[in-house]
Design a protein around this ligand. Sequence first.
Ligand code: ADP
Ligand code: MG
Length: 258
Amino acid sequence: MAKVFCIANQKGGVGKTTTAVNLAAGLAMAEQRVLLVDLDPQGNATMGCGIDKRNLKATVYQVLVGLATVKDAIAQAEGFHVLPANRELAGAEVEMVELEQREVKLREALAEVDADYDFILIDCPPALSLLTLNALCCAHGVVIPMQCEYYALEGLSDLVNTIKQVCKNLNPNLTIIGLLRVMFDPRMTLAQQVSDQLEKHFGNKVFQTIIPRNVRLAEAPSYGIPGVLFDKTSKGAKAYLSFAQEMVDRVNSAAVAA
Ligand code: ADP
Ligand code: MG
Protein backbone atom coordinates (compact mmCIF):
# COMPACT_ATOMS: atom_id res chain seq x y z
CA MET A 1 0.00 0.00 0.00
CA ALA A 2 1.42 3.32 -1.06
CA LYS A 3 1.39 6.31 1.24
CA VAL A 4 -0.07 9.21 -0.70
CA PHE A 5 0.99 12.77 0.07
CA CYS A 6 0.08 15.94 -1.70
CA ILE A 7 2.22 19.04 -1.72
CA ALA A 8 -0.27 21.89 -1.50
CA ASN A 9 -0.47 25.62 -0.99
CA GLN A 10 -2.81 27.76 -3.04
CA LYS A 11 -0.14 30.42 -3.41
CA GLY A 12 2.10 30.23 -6.45
CA GLY A 13 5.88 30.35 -6.26
CA VAL A 14 6.13 29.04 -2.69
CA GLY A 15 8.22 25.96 -3.49
CA LYS A 16 5.61 23.24 -4.05
CA THR A 17 7.12 21.87 -7.23
CA THR A 18 10.69 22.14 -5.98
CA THR A 19 9.62 20.23 -2.87
CA ALA A 20 7.67 17.59 -4.81
CA VAL A 21 10.49 16.90 -7.29
CA ASN A 22 13.27 16.82 -4.70
CA LEU A 23 11.27 14.78 -2.22
CA ALA A 24 10.52 12.26 -4.99
CA ALA A 25 14.18 12.02 -5.97
CA GLY A 26 15.31 12.00 -2.31
CA LEU A 27 12.92 9.17 -1.41
CA ALA A 28 14.08 7.23 -4.47
CA MET A 29 17.69 7.64 -3.28
CA ALA A 30 16.54 6.18 0.05
CA GLU A 31 15.41 3.04 -1.82
CA GLN A 32 11.72 3.92 -1.79
CA ARG A 33 9.48 3.15 -4.78
CA VAL A 34 8.07 6.52 -5.81
CA LEU A 35 5.44 7.86 -8.20
CA LEU A 36 5.28 11.63 -8.63
CA VAL A 37 1.97 12.92 -9.99
CA ASP A 38 2.13 16.30 -11.71
CA LEU A 39 -1.29 17.91 -11.18
CA ASP A 40 -0.42 21.39 -12.43
CA PRO A 41 -1.13 22.32 -16.09
CA GLN A 42 2.16 24.26 -16.06
CA GLY A 43 3.93 20.89 -16.11
CA ASN A 44 6.87 22.20 -14.09
CA ALA A 45 7.33 19.00 -12.11
CA THR A 46 7.28 17.02 -15.36
CA MET A 47 9.97 19.21 -16.95
CA GLY A 48 11.97 19.40 -13.71
CA CYS A 49 12.31 15.62 -13.82
CA GLY A 50 13.72 15.74 -17.33
CA ILE A 51 10.52 14.70 -19.12
CA ASP A 52 9.50 16.74 -22.16
CA LYS A 53 5.92 17.86 -21.56
CA ARG A 54 5.38 18.59 -25.28
CA ASN A 55 6.07 15.03 -26.25
CA LEU A 56 4.01 12.66 -24.10
CA LYS A 57 2.07 9.55 -25.06
CA ALA A 58 -0.54 10.28 -22.40
CA THR A 59 -0.82 12.57 -19.38
CA VAL A 60 -2.71 12.84 -16.12
CA TYR A 61 -5.39 14.69 -18.09
CA GLN A 62 -6.34 11.58 -20.10
CA VAL A 63 -6.26 9.61 -16.86
CA LEU A 64 -8.69 11.98 -15.12
CA VAL A 65 -11.21 11.97 -17.95
CA GLY A 66 -11.02 8.19 -18.39
CA LEU A 67 -9.15 8.04 -21.70
CA ALA A 68 -6.01 6.37 -20.34
CA THR A 69 -4.88 4.37 -17.33
CA VAL A 70 -2.10 5.49 -15.00
CA LYS A 71 0.12 2.74 -16.38
CA ASP A 72 -0.46 4.01 -19.94
CA ALA A 73 0.78 7.45 -18.99
CA ILE A 74 3.69 6.78 -16.65
CA ALA A 75 7.07 8.22 -17.66
CA GLN A 76 10.46 7.27 -16.26
CA ALA A 77 12.62 9.75 -14.34
CA GLU A 78 15.95 9.17 -12.58
CA GLY A 79 15.03 6.48 -10.03
CA PHE A 80 11.28 7.09 -9.91
CA HIS A 81 8.14 7.31 -12.03
CA VAL A 82 6.19 10.39 -13.08
CA LEU A 83 2.57 10.74 -14.09
CA PRO A 84 3.17 13.81 -16.26
CA ALA A 85 1.09 16.88 -17.08
CA ASN A 86 0.98 19.64 -19.64
CA ARG A 87 -1.39 22.39 -20.74
CA GLU A 88 -4.09 19.91 -21.70
CA LEU A 89 -4.79 19.53 -18.00
CA ALA A 90 -6.21 23.04 -17.88
CA GLY A 91 -9.22 21.76 -19.82
CA ALA A 92 -9.85 18.90 -17.41
CA GLU A 93 -11.41 21.12 -14.83
CA VAL A 94 -14.16 22.21 -17.23
CA GLU A 95 -14.73 18.76 -18.71
CA MET A 96 -14.90 17.10 -15.32
CA VAL A 97 -17.79 19.29 -14.21
CA GLU A 98 -20.01 16.94 -16.21
CA LEU A 99 -18.74 13.81 -14.50
CA GLU A 100 -20.28 12.18 -11.48
CA GLN A 101 -18.04 11.88 -8.44
CA ARG A 102 -15.57 14.16 -10.15
CA GLU A 103 -13.57 14.75 -6.99
CA VAL A 104 -12.46 11.11 -6.71
CA LYS A 105 -11.29 10.52 -10.30
CA LEU A 106 -7.62 10.58 -9.35
CA ARG A 107 -8.21 8.31 -6.37
CA GLU A 108 -9.99 5.76 -8.55
CA ALA A 109 -7.22 5.88 -11.15
CA LEU A 110 -4.36 5.55 -8.67
CA ALA A 111 -5.92 2.45 -7.08
CA GLU A 112 -4.53 0.50 -10.04
CA VAL A 113 -0.91 1.17 -9.03
CA ASP A 114 -1.28 1.40 -5.26
CA ALA A 115 0.69 -1.80 -4.65
CA ASP A 116 3.55 -0.76 -6.92
CA TYR A 117 4.84 2.12 -4.80
CA ASP A 118 5.85 3.05 -1.26
CA PHE A 119 5.11 6.72 -1.87
CA ILE A 120 2.84 8.56 -4.26
CA LEU A 121 3.47 12.32 -4.22
CA ILE A 122 1.13 14.83 -5.86
CA ASP A 123 2.32 18.28 -6.92
CA CYS A 124 -0.77 20.53 -6.69
CA PRO A 125 -1.59 23.61 -8.77
CA PRO A 126 -1.66 27.03 -7.08
CA ALA A 127 -5.42 27.09 -6.41
CA LEU A 128 -8.01 25.40 -4.24
CA SER A 129 -9.54 24.00 -7.43
CA LEU A 130 -11.16 20.74 -8.50
CA LEU A 131 -7.68 19.43 -9.31
CA THR A 132 -6.44 20.17 -5.80
CA LEU A 133 -9.64 18.63 -4.43
CA ASN A 134 -8.84 15.45 -6.36
CA ALA A 135 -5.40 15.41 -4.76
CA LEU A 136 -6.80 15.97 -1.26
CA CYS A 137 -9.35 13.19 -1.79
CA CYS A 138 -6.70 10.55 -2.43
CA ALA A 139 -4.06 11.68 0.05
CA HIS A 140 -3.25 10.38 3.49
CA GLY A 141 -1.47 13.60 4.26
CA VAL A 142 -0.72 17.09 3.09
CA VAL A 143 2.72 18.67 3.07
CA ILE A 144 2.50 22.47 3.06
CA PRO A 145 5.61 24.32 1.93
CA MET A 146 5.81 27.84 3.33
CA GLN A 147 8.07 30.80 3.03
CA CYS A 148 8.70 32.44 6.36
CA GLU A 149 7.41 35.89 5.46
CA TYR A 150 4.79 38.24 6.73
CA TYR A 151 1.93 37.02 4.50
CA ALA A 152 2.72 33.34 4.85
CA LEU A 153 0.09 32.70 7.50
CA GLU A 154 -2.62 34.60 5.68
CA GLY A 155 -3.53 31.94 3.11
CA LEU A 156 -2.91 29.13 5.54
CA SER A 157 -6.32 29.33 7.23
CA ASP A 158 -8.13 28.89 3.87
CA LEU A 159 -6.07 25.84 3.12
CA VAL A 160 -6.56 24.42 6.61
CA ASN A 161 -10.34 24.98 6.33
CA THR A 162 -10.46 23.25 2.96
CA ILE A 163 -8.53 20.32 4.40
CA LYS A 164 -10.98 20.14 7.33
CA GLN A 165 -13.96 20.14 4.95
CA VAL A 166 -12.46 17.41 2.79
CA CYS A 167 -11.68 15.41 5.90
CA LYS A 168 -15.26 15.72 7.15
CA ASN A 169 -17.07 15.05 3.88
CA LEU A 170 -14.86 13.17 1.48
CA ASN A 171 -11.71 11.71 2.97
CA PRO A 172 -11.66 11.05 6.72
CA ASN A 173 -8.05 9.80 6.56
CA LEU A 174 -6.64 13.16 5.55
CA THR A 175 -4.26 14.96 7.91
CA ILE A 176 -1.70 17.70 7.65
CA ILE A 177 1.60 15.84 7.85
CA GLY A 178 3.53 18.99 8.26
CA LEU A 179 4.53 22.49 7.39
CA LEU A 180 7.85 22.73 5.61
CA ARG A 181 9.83 25.94 5.87
CA VAL A 182 11.36 26.63 2.45
CA MET A 183 13.55 29.28 0.79
CA PHE A 184 14.70 30.13 4.27
CA ASP A 185 17.16 32.97 4.72
CA PRO A 186 18.59 32.89 8.26
CA ARG A 187 20.02 36.39 7.86
CA MET A 188 16.52 37.83 7.81
CA THR A 189 15.23 38.60 11.27
CA LEU A 190 11.66 38.41 9.99
CA ALA A 191 12.20 34.90 8.61
CA GLN A 192 13.47 33.78 12.00
CA GLN A 193 10.51 35.39 13.76
CA VAL A 194 7.90 33.82 11.48
CA SER A 195 9.68 30.49 11.79
CA ASP A 196 9.52 30.70 15.61
CA GLN A 197 5.85 31.64 15.40
CA LEU A 198 5.10 28.62 13.23
CA GLU A 199 6.78 26.33 15.74
CA LYS A 200 4.86 27.90 18.58
CA HIS A 201 1.46 27.56 16.88
CA PHE A 202 1.87 24.26 15.10
CA GLY A 203 4.35 22.40 17.35
CA ASN A 204 5.46 19.09 15.91
CA LYS A 205 3.40 19.70 12.75
CA VAL A 206 6.37 21.79 11.65
CA PHE A 207 9.08 19.65 10.06
CA GLN A 208 12.45 19.90 11.76
CA THR A 209 14.23 20.18 8.44
CA ILE A 210 14.44 23.72 7.08
CA ILE A 211 15.09 24.20 3.35
CA PRO A 212 17.43 27.15 2.77
CA ARG A 213 17.27 29.52 -0.16
CA ASN A 214 19.86 27.99 -2.45
CA VAL A 215 20.60 28.96 -6.02
CA ARG A 216 21.53 25.39 -7.04
CA LEU A 217 17.94 24.32 -6.35
CA ALA A 218 16.70 27.09 -8.65
CA GLU A 219 19.17 26.20 -11.40
CA ALA A 220 18.45 22.46 -11.46
CA PRO A 221 15.05 22.59 -13.27
CA SER A 222 16.56 24.19 -16.37
CA TYR A 223 18.72 21.07 -16.71
CA GLY A 224 15.75 18.75 -16.10
CA ILE A 225 17.50 17.28 -13.07
CA PRO A 226 16.16 17.32 -9.48
CA GLY A 227 18.29 19.53 -7.22
CA VAL A 228 19.29 16.60 -5.00
CA LEU A 229 20.97 14.98 -8.02
CA PHE A 230 22.13 18.13 -9.80
CA ASP A 231 24.54 19.17 -7.05
CA LYS A 232 24.57 16.68 -4.22
CA THR A 233 26.98 18.77 -2.18
CA SER A 234 24.82 21.92 -2.18
CA LYS A 235 23.07 23.03 0.99
CA GLY A 236 19.71 22.78 -0.74
CA ALA A 237 20.31 19.18 -1.84
CA LYS A 238 21.44 18.15 1.63
CA ALA A 239 18.37 19.78 3.18
CA TYR A 240 15.96 17.99 0.83
CA LEU A 241 17.73 14.69 1.51
CA SER A 242 17.23 15.13 5.25
CA PHE A 243 13.64 16.10 4.60
CA ALA A 244 13.12 12.85 2.66
CA GLN A 245 14.56 10.96 5.62
CA GLU A 246 12.29 12.86 8.01
CA MET A 247 9.27 11.84 5.89
CA VAL A 248 10.32 8.19 5.96
CA ASP A 249 10.73 8.40 9.75
CA ARG A 250 7.33 10.07 10.20
CA VAL A 251 5.60 7.43 8.10
CA ASN A 252 7.35 4.62 9.97
CA SER A 253 6.56 6.01 13.41
CA ALA A 254 2.92 6.59 12.40
CA ALA A 255 2.77 2.96 11.25
CA VAL A 256 4.14 1.78 14.60
CA ALA A 257 1.66 3.96 16.49
CA ALA A 258 -1.34 2.68 14.49
P1 ADP B 1 5.43 26.55 -6.79
O1 ADP B 1 5.41 25.16 -7.34
O2 ADP B 1 4.82 26.65 -5.42
O3 ADP B 1 4.86 27.56 -7.73
P2 ADP B 1 8.30 26.45 -7.26
O4 ADP B 1 8.80 25.21 -6.60
O5 ADP B 1 8.12 26.39 -8.73
O6 ADP B 1 6.98 26.96 -6.56
O7 ADP B 1 9.32 27.61 -6.85
C1 ADP B 1 9.18 28.94 -7.33
C2 ADP B 1 10.54 29.46 -7.76
O8 ADP B 1 11.42 29.49 -6.65
C3 ADP B 1 11.21 28.58 -8.80
O9 ADP B 1 11.90 29.39 -9.70
C4 ADP B 1 12.18 27.74 -7.99
O10 ADP B 1 13.30 27.32 -8.73
C5 ADP B 1 12.58 28.69 -6.88
N1 ADP B 1 12.89 28.00 -5.62
C6 ADP B 1 12.13 27.10 -4.97
N2 ADP B 1 12.71 26.69 -3.82
C7 ADP B 1 13.90 27.35 -3.75
C8 ADP B 1 14.98 27.37 -2.81
N3 ADP B 1 14.94 26.63 -1.69
N4 ADP B 1 16.03 28.18 -3.06
C9 ADP B 1 16.06 28.95 -4.18
N5 ADP B 1 15.10 28.96 -5.10
C10 ADP B 1 14.02 28.18 -4.90
MG1 MG C 1 4.45 24.44 -9.06
